[in-house]
Design a protein around this ligand. Sequence first.
Ligand code: ADP
Ligand code: MG
Length: 228
Amino acid sequence: MLKTEIREILLPSRELGWVLEPEAKRLLGLAGLETTRFRWAHQLEEALQFAEEIGYPVVAKVVSPEALHKSDVDGVAVGIADDKTLSTVFERYSAIKGFSGVLVEEMASGTELIVGAKIDYQFGPVVLLGIGGTGVEIYQDTTLRMAPLNRQDVDYMINGLKAGQLLKGYRGSEPVNLQALGSLIMTFSALVMEIENWIESIDLNPVMCNAKRCVVADARIMVRDSFA
Ligand code: ADP
Ligand code: MG
């Protein structure tokens, strides 16, 4: 059963307190959420092979239990154009504390959103939608709803953002596929309800949305130390 598989990913993460990104993405995939195509490469050869498979440019991120925020340790490189650059980046990451391989993945493009959830002591799971990336702090543009969400909640959330115009294609910017965004949030809400007793929070930041699709490019799942 799916829930059993998801539990098996969360269980070994209890001690660390959070799930390494490749495992978090595998969990999201099981739950029916689209993530960037990725490979968790432990050797340079594997990284190069996957990059050839999906085609350059690619993204490479450090995997380390000591790097909850990868950018803080200079552990995210986007737009890698060739084998040589990927090799250099791989080597550089190898020296980062706790190095446990490299996540190689496809480049995504579009508007960066954050879709998050935390398990509130009083209200239970609460879902958040906002403008992601660095915009999170600058615009403070987010909406919250208690889970489980229905379609109407999701529409309210999307329309409740000040940046709503941005999503609909402001001054010639590419609009976001609102259908895809809506389904993603619904699927996310269902997942959060399933695993609320095992987690403290989940942040999908960023979710990258363009006119075609919405894809999860980063995921942080904080795990409880004991499972109810
Ligand atoms: P952090 O652990 O620092 O949050 P992220 O995985 O979110 O690391 O990467 C940092 C930033 O790099 C993202 O906010 C996004 O702008 C960019 N980024 C990450 N993954 C991708 C990707 N697959 N395609 C395009 N840009 C990406
Ligand atoms: Mg992130």
